[in-house]
Structures are given as structure tokens and as C-alpha cells.
Design a protein around this ligand. Structure first.
Ligand SMILES: Nc1nc2c(ncn2[C@@H]2O[C@H](COP(=O)(O)OP(=O)(O)OP(=O)(O)O)[C@@H](O)[C@H]2O)c(=O)[nH]1
Ligand SMILES: [Mg+2]
Length: 501
């Protein structure tokens, strides 16, 4: 019996770890071997942790946390890091992204079909209320309701029926991406086409939940063939099993002509406008490229991958090695490891961010400034720009992050430009903007100033404000910005470790 000498009682830990009383020689040898092996593994982990800690303190490892609301462009920025680091590795994932692009296409078509259903039902009920048998109670009820000049023809309704098989394709793609039992399954299954009244602001288009994957789930393997790792050169097309009878591309190709007809139909466009649906401003918009992306043997380009939309659940770490010139006087090149953390930005997922605040070198905060006229998908009462501003305030004022470099990307500037040019008025949503000109230069400058002011007022200690106006779906421009961010972070890191005066 093993006693705890201090307490004079049995030591429960020693009891558990003590060898069995009737152990044979062979059992003892095996136990000793296993204990030595466990110690070796544990020592190796300890030493790796020590080395990592030292590398982190030397500045050889830089940790970057991507933050921002859902759809702000975090995962797209991560893709730019991947592209900058290894375009070959990026290319290898094209087959998996093909499935996501096709999903995005089907989702856009679903949005249009839902809009048609909603409009058709509303028109029918309006027609009923205009029937002569119903007494008119007020003068206003005798005037035609808004949008009454819009008309769906029987051909539109036939088109809708012919496209319904696409919804099955969508379901089957989602099933593949999010197997039953996985946390994503419940989060992503789609609702039936239903009618929901439209608010006055630009709204999330499809009423079904968005397709999401947990970054740790190996979803990319689901859609690509296994390629022997010994092959270092391959054609992206090799990665797709073109003979698969269940390949979603088959039905999508069969529906291609009808999809193009639907999207190009002027009346359908007017109905979408009337319902405040601007598909072209949404992530995963490929309707202007239908001919190309629905063609047989389609493989996404780098640009397509950057534009593809797949919502993130959970947090994932991505490691990249970048070579850089040594600081003056040291000579040669050094390799630094960048660890980029991508998180889910939806409100319910933000609690998972805080554990990463402890030892992060840089926060890359994305605020999609084009979203000034949109509401959050998860809360239709909250304006997206307002949500970004509140988030920015809380990140700037966080004491744990007081000495962390914070870099702001005012993102989706291409969409901001397009919206303003189409006549959407910034001041209608941001009263404080007043009667300043409704153009890109003035609105972006105004927002830059607002975010800078918050940064200055809320930061617990003085720090520099780094801000870029970005379109992270543009890989060329983004690579230059990321290189600039890397330089800034490394320089600041060196300054903080007093290696540079
Ligand atoms: N036009 C345009 N689209 C963008 C831009 N940045 C991102 N997108 C698109 O917006 C969609 C959403 O971007 P993501 O990177 O998935 O957003 P996220 O912040 O990771 O969102 P969560 O994972 O939900 O937190 C994607 O389809 C992107 O291609 C941009 O600057 N311009
Ligand atoms: Mg994401």
C-alpha cells in the first residue's frame, strides 16, 4: 500500500501508477518500455514547445488573427496569403473549389426562384383584393399597389419548374460537404422555398441558411480524387472524377441554358430590383459567368476561388513560410513562419476569438464598407456597417490587445463604388454623412477618418493606425498590400524586441 507521508493516508495518484503486485518479468519489461516511450514523446513535445516559444520571442514566428463580421472577407484574405505563399498548392485545391462555385451558382438561382414565388404569391393576393366583389374601404386601396406594372408570364413559371431539379443538386452537394452528425449539418441544411416579407433595406438573399464548413473538417478531400503524393506535377482537371454519374456538374450543365435565360430576363431583373435583391454585390456571385462555370469540365481559375463563398465555422490555423532579406547588417535571407488564424465572423461564433488574443502579433481587421445599406444575416435589425464599427471599437479598446498591431482593411471597395454609381445614397443610411458628395472618394475618406478616430480614442495606449482600402478579391492588389502588412508587422515586432532603435 502506498501512503502519502505528509497526510499519513493513501496517495491516490501513486496507487493508480504503481505496478500491479503480481507483475511478471515480461509484463514489467513491456511496462518499462512503454513508460520510457511515453516520456520520450512528452520530452519531445516539451522541447518543441520550448523551441516554438523561443522562435516566437525571436520574431521567427508571427501570428496573425483575421477578424471581422461574417462575409467581411477574412477567408478570402487567407486565400491571398496562400496564393502569395504557394500558387502551386493553391492550384491543387481547384477541384474542391469547383463544388463550392457550383453551390454558389445554385444558391443564386434559388434566390431568384424564391423571389419569383414571393412575387407571384403577392401578385395573386393583390389581384384578389382588387376583385370587384370586395368593397373598397379607402381611396388608397383603389390605386394600383407598388410594382403592379411588373408581370410574370407563363413562360417564367415554366422556367422556374424546369430549374427546380437544381435544388436537389444543392442538397446533395451540401450533404457531401457536411455529413449528417457533423456540427455543420444542422447549421447548414436548407429551408423550403417560403415567403418572408421583405424589409426596406438590401437583405440577405436566400432565406435558407448559408452553407458553412468547419475549417478543421477535411471538406476539400470530399470532392477531389486522391492523387499520389509522389506526383509533383499534375493537371488540375485530373483531380475531378469526370466519370462520376453523380457529379453535380451534369445536372447543372443540363440546366445551363435555362439559368442563363432566367438571369438575362429583363422582367426578372426588375422583380429582383423591386425586392431590393442585388445578387451582384453578394459573395459567390457567378451569374454573369454562367456559360463558363456551367460548362462540362469546368475548373475554377484563381479569381473564381477568391470569389467563391463558403462560410467559416470554428477557428483554423494556417502556416506559411516566407523568405525575406535579413535586416541591414545581418546579410543573407531569413525564413519566417507566419501563422494565420481564420475565424467565423457570425455573431454567435465571436466568443471563440478571445483565446487567440493572448500572444498574437497582428490583428487584421476587415470591415466591408460596401455594407452600409445591408443588415446582418443573423439579425435583420442590425445594420452591417454599424456592427463593424461596434466590433472595431471593442477590438481597439481591448486591454489584452493594447500592444498588438492592429491593421484595418476597409474592404469591398469595388462594391462600394458600384453601389454609389448605381445611385444608392450613402447619407440615407448614415445620416451623419450629411450633404457631402455621394461618391467613392468622399465616402471612403469619411469612413477612414471615423475608424481612425475610434482607434485613437479607444486604444488603451498610443499606437499607430494602419489602414488600407481593399478589394481582397483582386489578388494582384492584395498581394502588394499583404507584403506591406508583413513588412510593417516585422518592423514593429523588431522595434518591440528592441533589435531596432
Ligand atoms: N466583390 C468583392 N467580394 C469580396 C471582397 N472580399 C470578399 N468578397 C467576397 O465576399 C464573400 C465573403 O467573403 P469571406 O472571405 O468568405 O468572408 P468571411 O469574413 O470569411 O466570412 P465568415 O466565414 O462568415 O466569417 C466571398 O464570396 C468573397 O469572395 C471584395 O473586396 N470585393
Ligand atoms: Mg470565412
Amino acid at each position: 500500500m502506498v501512503l502519502n507521508p505528509k497526510a499519513g493516508r493513501e496517495d491516490p495518484l501513486a496507487l493508480i501508477t504503481a505496478p500491479p503486485a503480481n507483475e511478471t518479468d515480461e509484463q514489467r519489461r513491456e511496462r518499462v518500455y512503454l513508460e520510457a516511450e511515453a516520456k520520450r514523446v512528452s520530452d519531445a513535445i516539451d522541447s518543441e514547445l520550448q523551441q516554438e516559444k523561443a522562435a516566437y520571442h525571436r520574431g521567427d514566428i508571427i501570428k496573425v488573427l483575421l477578424l471581422g463580421q461574417s462575409e467581411s472577407g477574412k477567408s478570402t484574405t487567407l486565400k491571398n496569403f496562400q496564393l502569395l505563399n504557394s500558387s502551386k498548392a493553391f492550384k491543387a485545391e481547384r477541384a474542391s473549389w469547383r463544388a463550392v462555385v457550383l453551390l454558389n451558382v445554385v444558391r443564386s438561382i434559388r434566390t431568384i426562384l424564391e423571389a419569383i414565388t414571393e412575387f407571384h404569391d403577392a401578385q395573386n393576393s393583390q389581384a384578389a383584393s382588387f376583385a370587384p366583389s370586395r368593397p373598397t374601404t379607402s381611396p388608397s386601396s383603389s390605386s394600383p399597389p407598388a410594382g403592379s406594372w411588373l408581370r410574370l408570364t407563363p413562360e417564367h413559371l415554366k422556367l422556374k419548374l424546369r430549374l427546380l431539379p437544381l435544388l436537389q443538386v444543392e442538397e446533395s452537394l451540401i450533404r457531401k460537404l457536411t455529413p449528417p452528425g457533423s456540427p455543420e449539418f444542422a447549421a447548414t441544411h436548407l429551408s423550403q422555398i417560403t415567403n418572408i416579407p421583405s424589409p426596406m433595406v438590401s437583405r440577405p438573399s436566400a432565406k435558407g441558411k448559408e452553407v458553412a464548413v468547419n475549417s478543421q473538417f477535411a471538406w476539400k478531400g470530399v470532392f477531389s480524387k486522391i492523387i499520389p503524393s509522389s506526383r509533383d506535377s499534375f493537371d488540375s482537371a485530373d483531380l475531378v472524377n469526370w466519370e462520376d454519374p453523380e457529379d453535380p456538374g451534369r445536372i447543372i450543365f443540363a440546366c445551363s441554358e435555362d439559368m442563363i435565360k432566367l438571369w438575362r430576363d429583363p422582367m426578372i431583373r426588375k422583380i429582383l430590383n423591386h425586392q431590393h435583391i442585388r445578387l451582384q454585390d453578394e459573395g459567390g456571385f457567378f451569374l454573369d459567368d454562367l456559360e463558363r462555370v456551367t460548362s462540362p469540365r469546368y475548373i475554377p481559375s484563381n479569381d473564381d476561388i477568391l470569389r467563391a463563398r463558403l462560410k467559416t465555422l470554428g477557428v483554423s490555423e494556417h502556416r506559411f513560410k516566407f523568405k525575406e532579406e535579413s535586416p541591414i547588417g545581418f546579410g543573407g535571407t531569413i525564413t519566417r513562419e507566419w501563422r494565420v488564424y481564420d475565424v467565423g465572423g457570425q455573431r454567435s461564433l465571436r466568443a471563440a476569438w478571445a483565446p487567440y488574443f493572448d500572444d498574437v502579433n497582428c490583428i487584421l481587421f476587415l470591415a466591408p464598407i460596401s455594407a452600409f445599406d445591408q443588415v446582418l444575416a443573423e439579425d435583420l435589425t442590425v445594420n452591417r456597417l454599424e456592427d463593424s464599427v461596434l466590433l472595431w471599437k471593442s477590438i481597439c479598446s481591448n486591454k489584452l490587445l493594447a500592444s498588438t498591431n492592429v491593421v484595418l482593411f476597409l474592404n469591398k471597395t469595388d462594391i462600394l463604388r458600384a453601389k454609389l454609381q448605381s445611385g444608392i445614397r450613402f447619407a440615407d443610411h448614415l445620416v451623419s454623412y450629411g450633404d457631402r458628395p455621394n461618391d467613392y472618394e468622399n465616402t471612403s475618406k469619411y469612413l477612414q477618418k471615423k475608424f481612425a478616430q475610434i482607434h485613437q480614442e479607444k486604444s488603451p495606449q498610443k499606437r499607430q493606425f494602419f489602414c488600407h482600402l481593399t478589394t481582397v478579391t483582386d489578388p494582384k492588389a492584395t498581394s502588394m498590400i499583404l507584403i506591406d502588412v508583413q513588412d510593417t508587422v516585422v518592423r514593429k515586432n523588431l522595434e518591440q524586441s528592441h533589435l531596432v532603435a
